[in-house]
Design a protein around this ligand. Structure first.
Ligand SMILES: *[C@@H]1O[C@H](CO)[C@@H](O)[C@H](O)[C@H]1NC(C)=O
Ligand SMILES: *[C@@H]1O[C@H](CO)[C@@H](O)[C@H](O)[C@H]1NC(C)=O
Ligand SMILES: [Ca+2]
Ligand SMILES: [Ca+2]
Length: 315
């Protein structure tokens, strides 16, 4: 997902309004800050998720604007860790980072009980395999489109990579690395390998231009006119992805594409939010500056449908 986000973000800068519309399912199971595309010309959903996390973003979406603003003001107080009544870029970054961590933590907690079938506080590969593939293993169907054996082997390979002490049993940290490999140094190789296997259709171990474009765009009908962003992506491939200009992306080049060492999503989002709301351009935000742009930070529901919800949560 990350390369998709990077791409659409880059496109927004380049073309102002074009957005990818015919993307196929992406391969890297990566949610840098949100699984949504970042296109502020369309909506602020990406910013909402980066700032609040997925669940909170949904809650705010159902609140009347005044209530959204009231809650945002509470968030601003929480963010202001040095209590100087300004929100700095650092405080924004810290907040977004925490939101991201909480999302990953919640996602692991949420799935934990399903897989730890003997409730011993650990998830063995056996447990994971039985829960995920049990019904298939009991009754293997040969005529499905989906090659379960293949997917299972791939899961096992990833599980083994995440399993730091090599006992084929995952504790919380190991299971987190399994579900969210992009945040873990020891998982980099496997992330690149999975990405390459998905995109490298002819199996020659590298990604050529056709495969690269094929991963993002497929004409629905023959003769469909290609959207402009596809050509932009071709140029991206030749100019930036294929660094040594041999016409294909090898492992190193792929790694730099999906997990670029010089691109920090958290920092980029913090700078973006700051830039868009810093009315007096002093490089820091007052509560008023943030509330004036509340629609970018958080969602709200323009009808009063959300009123019913107010009684039901912790704010
Ligand atoms: C997994 O399923 C197999 C076959 O049903 C069973 O023999 C085994 O005990 C199960 N293992 C665990 C850890 O649940
Ligand atoms: C399914 O995947 C396995 C492992 O990659 C492979 O050995 C097998 O040939 C595949 N089966 C089909 C029907 O493609
Ligand atoms: Ca267990
Ligand atoms: Ca290839």
């Amino acid at each position: 997902m990350m390369h998709l986000l990077l791409m659409s973000f880059a496109l927004c800068i380049v073309c102002g309004n074009s957005k990818p519309t015919e993307l196929k399912a992406q391969v890297v199971h990566d949610e840098p800050l949100s699984h949504l595309q970042h296109d502020d010309n369309k909506n602020y959903d990406y910013d909402h998720e980066a700032f609040l996390g997925q669940d909170e973003a949904k809650t705010f979406d159902r609140l009347p604007p005044e209530e959204s603003k009231r809650r945002l003001a509470i968030v601003v107080d929480k963010m202001d860790s040095n209590k100087d009544d300004f929100i700095s870029e650092e405080e924004l970054k810290f907040w977004i980072k925490q939101t991201q961590k909480k999302h990953i933590y919640d996602s692991v907690e949420h799935q934990w009980k399903d897989f730890d079938t003997n409730a011993d506080g650990l998830i063995s590969w056996e447990e994971y395999k039985n829960v995920t593939y049990g019904s298939y293993l009991d009754d293997p169907q040969t005529d499905t489109d989906y090659n379960y054996t293949h997917v299972m082997l791939r899961d096992e390979r990833r599980f083994r990579a995440a399993d730091a002490n090599k006992d084929l049993i995952a504790d919380k940290d190991e299971f987190t690395a399994f579900l969210h490999p992009e945040d873990h140094e020891r998982m980099r190789d496997i992330v690149v390998q999975e990405t390459m296997e998905d995109i490298d259709k002819n199996g020659d171990g590298v990604i050529d231009l056709t495969e690269y474009i094929g991963d993002m765009y497929a004409a629905e009908n023959d003769g469909d006119e290609e959207p402009d962003w596809v050509e932009t992506e071709r140029q991206q491939f030749s100019e930036f992805r294929d660094k040594n200009h041999d016409g294909k992306m090898d492992k190193e080049e792929t790694l730099d594409w999906i997990l670029p060492s010089d691109y920090d999503h958290v920092e980029a989002e913090a700078k973006h939010l700051l830039h868009e709301s810093d009315a007096n351009e002093d490089g820091k935000l007052t509560k008023k500056e943030i509330l004036d742009k509340f629609e970018m930070f958080v969602g709200s529901q323009v009808t009063d449908f959300g009123e019913a919800l107010l009684r039901h949560d912790e704010f």
